[in-house]
Design a protein. Structure first.
Length: 460
């Protein structure tokens, strides 16, 4: 299981996707509004997509996962798997829309009952890569029913096919991509192992329940809430600004540019094993070592005395471990960097992670909203920060030969966000950066610096 540049997946073969039947479409049209509001992150996403749509920009705000399966796809079995998958997740049966596509319009939610789910296989003609790109732009979007795409690409030799799951960001996150694809594979194959049984239950805990809980938590936020205190502390360090990528990105006047995907290796398998041993020796998590290296690299490259970023943190907990939805929060991570080695910085990272964990369940919109409304920070902080995501793909059992790959659509960005992930091959990194020479050189420099710091942490 690995993260790739989406351009590196170029399938060839016969393309099939699953679209709603006329009956399912009619059921959605006739459905009454669901009173559950869009989540805070869903609301931002919908506004952003509609703004892009108003400017004639193609939709790319989706995430994807793809696996290679043996043989020729069994259309009947796959159809059953797709429908059972969508039926099991209320979040996938629930679709958002805005009348007249107005970016500031009221967001409606309509949720289908399980017996209304009826997705039917549809053959798609044309070159596979171009066809799929066109398909995802119109189906893996928040107001399509459902806001996802399931696609198979059958190779001409009949020996294997690729299975793709694409989710509009309103419908899922990185973990949704991994567990969702594994669930589709388990339902298709009829796997009855323990892991598969957890994935293929008839009904998973609902993302809509999570959204209602999120609003309830937001209503309790006050000046002494852990999230408010954490964000206030970050702005005190940054001078009231959201953190950005530490090196030049070639952005002019804050105007986003088309994205380029940049991949790299922070540690091979042997180095990763030694770094994991280092984390055990110090009684810290492996992510603590990773963040320490980021902090040392930041100081080495910029001359600053603190490291600050925004972490995309999973908020699933045990109840929603394999549910489909956007179970995330944006949490501030910051700490002083008083040493020059990973080991010297570890204690301060532990403190920073504890602060981040305390703020995890407090919706970022409520925390920042309180700070803005109380006049403690300027509304401009609601801009686009540089974000770091850490994924431990080693926790997910990958069927032999599946070669599961994760990637995203390519839109526009004004930052260089980082996805750091551990898998069986070691520690990898991916970045979506502005597509210009300055940004590419800066990200490459940053990746090299972090690699060298990690290497020196365990080299005698």
């Amino acid at each position: 299981m690995r993260i790739i540049d989406g351009h590196d997946w170029s399938p060839e073969g016969s393309v099939t996707t699953w679209l709603p039947s006329d009956t399912m479409t009619a059921a959605h049209t006739d459905a009454t509004d669901d009173p559950t509001p869009a989540s805070f992150l869903q609301t931002d996403h919908v506004r952003g997509v509609l703004t892009g749509r108003a400017h004639g920009r193609r939709h790319h705000a989706y995430t994807c996962s793809v696996a290679t399966l043996p043989g020729i796809p069994d259309q009947e079995r796959m159809t059953r798997a797709v429908n059972d998958f969508v039926s099991a997740h209320e979040g996938l049966r629930s679709t958002l829309s805005v009348d007249d596509d107005a970016p500031d319009g009221s967001i409606r939610r309509r949720t289908l009952p399980t017996d209304a789910v009826d997705l039917v296989p549809t053959q798609v003609t044309g070159t596979a890569t171009e066809t799929i790109t066109d398909l995802l732009a119109t189906t893996a979007v928040f107001d399509h029913v459902p806001a996802l795409a399931v696609v198979t690409v059958a190779r001409e030799d009949g020996r294997s096919f690729d299975l793709l799951l694409a989710l509009d960001h309103a419908s899922g996150d990185g973990i949704s991509q991994m567990t969702g694809l594994l669930e589709l594979m388990a339902r298709y194959s009829g796997d009855t192992g323990d892991a598969a049984q957890a994935l293929t239950v008839d009904t998973h805990p609902s993302f809509l329940d999570y959204v209602r809980g999120e609003y309830a938590r937001a209503a309790t936020v006050n000046d002494d809430s852990p999230g408010v205190r954490a964000w206030r502390g970050l702005f005190e360090i940054t001078g009231g600004r959201v953190p950005g990528f530490p090196l030049p990105t070639g952005i002019v006047d804050g105007e986003p540019q088309p994205v380029v995907g940049i991949d790299g290796t922070l540690a091979d398998r042997d180095l990763t094993d030694r770094l994991r041993a280092l984390s055990r020796e110090h009684g810290v998590s492996f992510s603590t070592v990773v963040y320490a290296a980021l902090g040392v690299a930041h100081v080495r490259l910029t001359g600053a005395d603190h490291y600050a970023t925004v972490v995309v943190s999973a908020t699933r907990g045990r109840p929603y471990a394999v549910s489909q939805g956007w179970f995330c929060n944006f949490t501030p991570l910051y700490f002083p960097v008083t040493g020059t080695t990973v080991e010297e910085v570890l204690p301060d990272v532990v403190t920073a992670q504890a602060r981040m964990k305390a703020a995890l369940d407090e919706p970022v919109h409520a925390s920042l909203g309180h700070l803005i409304l109380s006049g403690q920070v300027d509304p401009s902080v609601m801009g686009s920060p540089q974000m770091v995501t850490y994924l431990d793909l080693g926790w997910f059992a990958e069927p032999e030969g599946a070669d599961i790959r994760l990637f995203t659509g390519f839109g526009r960005t004004s930052n260089a966000n980082l996805w750091i992930y551990r898998n069986a091959d070691g520690l990898g990194i991916g970045s979506q950066a502005p597509d210009n020479p300055t940004a590419r050189e800066s990200v490459a420099t940053y990746i090299t610096a972090v690699h060298d710091i990690l290497d020196s942490a365990v080299t005698a």
